[in-house]
Design a protein around this ligand. Structure first.
Ligand SMILES: O=C(NCC(=O)N1CCC[C@H]1C(=O)O)OCc1ccccc1
Length: 724
């Protein structure tokens, strides 16, 4: 693009911040106010520029048609049982939002119970969380609008599907947990923001502080809810309260960030003299006992027999283990299932009375076992292919459980497993088929790439069979690298279309910062070691080139959120290595991220610029602060940045849009508009969506349109040709 076509954005050179003696300019600080007319104008001009670029991307409509066609297949989630009813989500294919169905038995006539598509014209109201009372009489569910993290909880009677008047506002980062008497439920919320009158919830950037736990009595007004817990001395704390299966306790996990560590408190509600009613209209908090009152490790309860609790923990076990304690003697902890040498204990769930289903991650592949809940001993190994167990629907009282499975070449299988008779029989309950998808055309490989410091990094490679390794293939390399998140194999319609119609090779790099090898892997990619993520990702890119899959001008890197940071940092550090870069809702301003909405929770992975040592880590890789002209760094080579698309949305209150807007303005200025003649001919554009957020709850059409745009941009910039 001509530099003259880029909108010029005002640079306010008066904004310079002092960080521990270092003066850091922030000329686009004004882009941090979403309500300012100047910002709205900036966005409008960027949207127009991007639209003009997209119009020249000639595979856009073909991609839209193919992705729509492949997406139009029925999809189901594993069913879950409450009382004697079954509930499950289903999407016929192109519905904006999946619909909740209820059946009187597993093969009973399904009825629509809750259809979020009826709650908005454009499908932008989504179901965020949901909890059915134990007797299946009531359904409490959270609604969110335009992809914001803000939730409004509503209640519905299951038998006549009547919506109750109960409406709970300013809910965020909350589970919903009913007491077994069905009189109400625990949930978490923030104090209402001040300017609640004019607020378009989800577009504000204020920090989320002072989380609180409430108990809501069915049929009453939110103002009558009982405040159960809060901590005025720790504004960053986040609380999650849940009722144990036996109904005797409410347990509360307390986090102060995103690290897998938490405090663990409990309250024996069955011993409260007047139950929870006794707290109505009072100011007393619930009498919690502090079982764990530090952030040394994660403790997540998976079952209890009266005072004997079983936990999954990473205490002295970075690959996790199961331990047991009697609340009456909290100093004696025994080991139920020791930490595995090699594999990460991913989840454990009590089932079928005194058994449990545990899942391990072994070199990024799932292993599922049935074990004895009392002794921990292995009973059965469940045969699972390479892929992801994405949902285990099971409670301690269930002997019939459901397991959701997906992989690169498996759109989705829901297994049912009956544990009643001796050997569990795993059988297919539902298989999700994608018409037109021929799995036999593709290959999946897993390779281990040596990174800069010698660490072996796993990478999945999906390609059409019998490709020639002549470096000619467009290649999409996807990564995340943080927050203990695992990138495991899953089916993607859009990437299947890229492989089939653009001959693209699709790769997932399991770089450090994730949880693929437990807490050590996570820590090896965070704080002072964050650069390992970028080194790992760059090594994976170099492998794909040296092995002959692709070449720099055919290689596109993609990542979202923390993965957007990954992309932003990598194009700054190695602009020569990539032909295209797609950064979704990226964290790009590493000096200021902690000031907005829930950003303060991410200091567990990043650190914080308020601290001098941590500032020095952050300034070195912060995308916003490290945009440099490559042709000045290497005068001998005609270097420029890859074609870059930064994607964000106006209701993203997880990673606020200012990150992408400030980086967009900075890149366009430094690389393009600040020069008479700029060698930067690869476009640097922003795709800014309206009535959309961080990603959760996005309606189907918006997902299809975004995928069509970003991959048409990629195809054009990699000069990929369409294969019919
Ligand atoms: O912030 C996150 N999750 C991390 C997150 O969304 N991140 C972390 C970095 C940017 C962005 C992303 O990668 O999606 O979720 C809110 C939350 C709930 C409970 C306890 C702590 C935090």
């Amino acid at each position: 693009i001509d530099p003259f076509l880029y909108p010029t954005a005002r640079r306010d050179d008066s904004v310079v911040d002092d960080y521990h003696g270092f003066q850091i300019p922030d000329p686009y600080r004004w882009l941090e106010d979403p309500d300012a007319d100047e910002v709205k104008e900036f966005v409008e001009k960027q949207v127009k520029l991007t639209e003009s670029v997209l119009q020249k991307c000639d595979t856009r409509e073909k991609l839209r048609a193919k992705i729509t066609e492949l997406f139009d297949h029925p999809r189901y989630e594993p069913p879950f049982k409450r009382g004697n009813k079954y509930f499950y989500y289903h999407n016929t294919g192109l519905q904006a939002q999946s619909v909740l169905y209820v059946q009187d038995s597993l093969d009973g006539e399904p009825e629509v119970l809750l259809d979020p598509n009826a709650l908005s014209e454009d499908g932008t109201v989504s179901l965020s969380n949901l909890s059915v009372s134990k007797d299946a009489k009531y359904l409490a569910y959270g609604l969110s609008s335009s992809g914001s993290d803000w939730v409004t909880i509503k209640v519905m009677r299951v038998d006549d599907k009547k919506t109750e008047p109960d409406t709970l506002s300013w809910v965020k980062f909350s589970s919903i947990s009913w007491t077994v008497d069905g009189k109400g439920f625990f949930y978490s919320r923030y104090p209402a923001p001040k300017e609640v009158g004019t607020l378009d919830a989800g577009t504000e950037t204020n920090a989320n502080l002072y989380h609180e736990v409430y108990y809501h009595f069915l049929g009453t007004d939110q103002s009558d809810d009982v405040l159960c817990w809060r901590d005025q001395d720790h504004p960053k704390y986040l609380f999650s309260a849940s009722v144990t299966d036996d109904g005797k306790y409410v347990v509360m996990e307390i986090e102060e960030g995103c690290d897998p560590v938490n405090k663990f408190y409990y309250c024996k509600i069955s011993a409260l003299p007047n139950g929870l009613e006794g707290f109505k209209g009072k100011n007393d908090l619930l009498p919690f006992t502090k079982l764990i009152d530090d952030f040394d490790a994660q403790y997540h309860d998976i079952a209890n027999d009266d005072t004997l609790f079983t936990f999954i923990t990473n205490k002295n076990a970075p690959k996790y283990k199961l331990v047991r304690v009697d609340l009456n003697d909290p100093t004696v902890w025994t080991e139920l299932l020791p930490e595995s040498e090699k594999d990460v204990l991913e989840s454990a769930c009590a089932v079928n009375g005194d058994q449990m289903i545990v899942s391990y991650l072994s070199d990024v592949k799932y292993v599922l076992q049935i074990r004895d809940l009392k002794s921990g001993s292995l009973l059965h190994q469940l045969p699972i292919d390479i892929g992801t167990v994405y949902g285990i629907s099971a409670r301690r009282e269930d002997s019939l459980i459901f397991i959701g499975f997906s992989s690169f070449l498996t759109p989705g299988i829901i297994y049912q497993c009956n544990l009643e008779c001796g050997t569990p029989d795993l059988k297919i309950f539902r298989e999700i088929a994608v018409p037109g998808f021929e799995r036999s055309e593709f290959n999946v490989d897993q390779v281990f790439v040596r990174s800069k410091d010698g660490t072996n990094i796993p990478m999945f490679i999906v390609a059409r069979k019998n490709i020639v390794f002549d470096g000619s293939h467009p290649c999409l390399l996807y990564g995340y690298g943080g927050f203990n998140i695992n990138l495991t194999p899953y089916f993607s319609v859009s990437r299947t279309v890229l492989a089939r119609h653009l001959g693209a090779v699709f790769c997932i790099a399991n770089i450090r910062g994730g949880g693929e090898y437990g807490e050590e892997w996570h820590k090896a990619g965070s704080l002072a070691k964050k650069q390992n993520c970028f080194d790992d990702f760059i090594s994976c890119a170099e492998y794909l080139i040296s092995a002959g899959y692709t070449q720099p001008s055919k290689l596109c890197i993609e990542g979202g959120s923390n993965g957007g940071l990954l992309v932003g940092a990598c194009i700054n550090q190695r602009p020569d290595l990539f032909g295209c870069a797609l950064a979704h809702v990226g964290v790009m301003d590493m000096l200021r991220f902690h000031k907005f909405t829930i950003g303060h929770a991410w200091t567990s992975d990043y650190g914080c610029s308020d601290n001098e040592e941590e500032f020095k880590w952050l300034i070195k890789y912060s995308p916003l602060h490290n945009v440099k002209r490559p042709w000045e760094q290497h005068p001998d080579r005609l270097l420029q940045y890859p074609s870059t698309m930064l994607l964000t949305a106006d209701h993203d209150d997880r990673v606020v849009p200012l990150h992408s807007l400030k980086l967009l303005a900075t890149m366009q200025y430094i690389l393009c508009t600040s020069l008479e003649k700029s060698p930067q001919t690869n476009p640097i554009v922003g795709r800014i969506e309206c009535k959309a957020g961080h990603g959760a709850g996005r309606p189907t059409q918006k997902m299809i349109d975004e995928a069509s745009d970003r991959y048409a941009f990629m195809a054009k910039m990699l000069a990929a040709t369409w294969i019919d």
